[in-house]
Write a protein that binds this ligand. Structure first.
Ligand code: F0G
Length: 427
């Protein structure tokens, strides 16, 4: 494999762009054909989801919530693609006015947020339990095309789980670098179970990131952090899919947790693309939410991006415990382009929001709850209006971190195996 490059001569990250000539796959519409034919095409593909394993042709591509949008992601024939398939995650109406009287549990989330028209997009419903699968299917596909034998990443736990799973499917070796002691047990277990060489670095995520870049260069291993632009291309599909679920009626706001800033970058890029193709009539404002103890992007935002900040990160939301985000420049562009905001939330606010999502029966990991904590705060500050239409992204599954915030939420009792003991508890 010839050595790919991930950075520009200036040290910045690179973007992938699909050239207009390669958009003519499968006789699909071009930009000039108009938005209706694109929408029809994506709807038609989605409608075939249930029967994909028994069909030939592009069945797997159509069934994937990433490759369904392949002309906007990476136009490739199915034989090159490594897919589970992924995506097709739930979009839950949870606002006080849009959740319906049959979901009083979910309505509690709308009450907490202070929003009438509110949706949660649960990316924890992806094959390995986080949104990372969307970028990883494209990243591993690219590794496959390049003939890579080994792939690697640094991770706070979700990227590594996803990388290990997709590499196993493709028959590649995977190597993951994790900050020792800072990865939730469920995520660590996934990497080990899927067979990744798992290296725990005595340091934080940013140390692991520095090491993996060096190792990949030295040993010609394909790097699959979101530094890799093809990961970003796949992650864009979160936005395409949620817009399709809203029948291409763009919300006022899109809110998501922010760590390494790959997701903010990807979603912003997707919205711009959808707007250019007239799939949506306006670009939603993006709100990126950071943990207060790991808030370099928030600090930069507060100085109107006059300086790029770096912090030593501390937060219970281990997935976003990052002090020096790789995709800073991409994400800054997204916030400026969408008239967006960056907010910070304390660990207490994150755990309170997690309690609300968990008890509604939906559940998520702590970093994902930063979304609701951020919405709650932005509504209270009057930045998001109570009647705005808002979509929040939940990035990871509850089972990823079955410890943080759960013990103090519910607690459980152990009883002797006698009915009297049970009666005593229930009375
Ligand atoms: N939520 C979860 C559950 C995550 O795992 C991450 C990032 C984020 C939010 C933040 O997304 O980095 O694109 O801004 N997890 C990475 C990982 C860092 O290694 O799994 P981001």
């Amino acid at each position: 494999m010839s050595l790919p490059r991930y950075r520009c001569n200036c040290g910045g990250v690179l973007d992938a762009e699909v050239s207009s000539s390669s958009q003519q796959l499968d006789n699909t519409p071009d930009a000039a054909t108009g938005s209706a034919s694109w929408q029809r095409l994506f709807d038609e593909r989605a409608s075939r989801l249930a029967t994909w394993p028994s069909r030939r042709g592009n069945a797997l591509l159509d069934a994937s919530g990433v490759w369904r949008y392949r002309e906007l992601v990476l136009p490739l024939p199915e034989r090159f693609v490594v897919s589970r398939p992924e995506g097709n995650t739930g979009l839950y109406p949870v606002g006080t006015a849009n959740c319906g009287s049959d979901r009083p549990g979910h309505r509690q989330i709308g009450l907490y947020a202070g929003l009438e028209d509110f949706f949660l997009k649960h990316e924890g419903e992806n094959p390995t339990g986080s949104f990372k699968d969307r970028g990883m299917t494209v990243g591993i596909t690219m590794a496959n095309l390049l003939g890579a034998k080994a792939v690697a990443c640094a991770s706070t736990g979700n990227t590594s789980a996803s990388l290990a799973s997709y590499a196993a499917q493709a028959g590649m070796r995977s190597i993951v670098f994790l900050p020792a002691g800072s990865v939730a047990p469920g995520k660590l277990a996934q990497s080990l179970a899927y067979g990744a060489t798992t290296i725990q670095v005595r340091g934080d995520f940013d140390d692991a990131m520095r090491l993996v870049e060096q190792v990949c260069d030295e040993l010609s291993i394909y790097l699959l952090n979101s530094l890799n632009p093809f990961r970003i291309e796949g992650q864009k599909a979160i936005a395409f899919e949620l817009l399709q679920q809203l029948d291409w009626d763009a919300p006022d706001w899109l809110v998501l947790p922010a760590g390494n800033l790959g997701n903010t970058s990807a979603i912003g890029k997707a919205l711009q693309q959808a707007y250019r193709l007239s799939l949506i009539g306006r670009i939603p404002r993006i709100a990126s939410i950071q943990a207060a103890g790991a808030n370099p992007f928030y600090r930069s935002f507060m100085s109107s991006f006059a300086s790029r900040e770096v912090v030593e990160p501390h937060t219970v939301a281990s997935a976003i415990k990052i002090g020096n985000p790789v995709s800073y420049a991409r994400a800054r562009h997204v916030i400026e382009m969408s008239d967006g905001v960056v907010e910070e939330v304390s660990d207490e606010e994150i755990l309170a929001a997690k309690g609300v999502i968990d008890r509604a029966g939906i559940g998520c990991e702590p970093a994902s709850a930063a979304t609701l904590a951020g919405v709650h705060k932005l509504v209270a500050r009057g930045i998001i209006k109570g009647n705005d239409r808002v979509v929040g992204v939940l990035t990871g599954n509850l089972l990823k971190d079955s410890v943080t915030g759960i013990a103090q939420e519910i607690g459980s009792v152990v009883v002797e195996p006698h009915i009297d003991a049970v009666r005593a508890v229930l009375s």
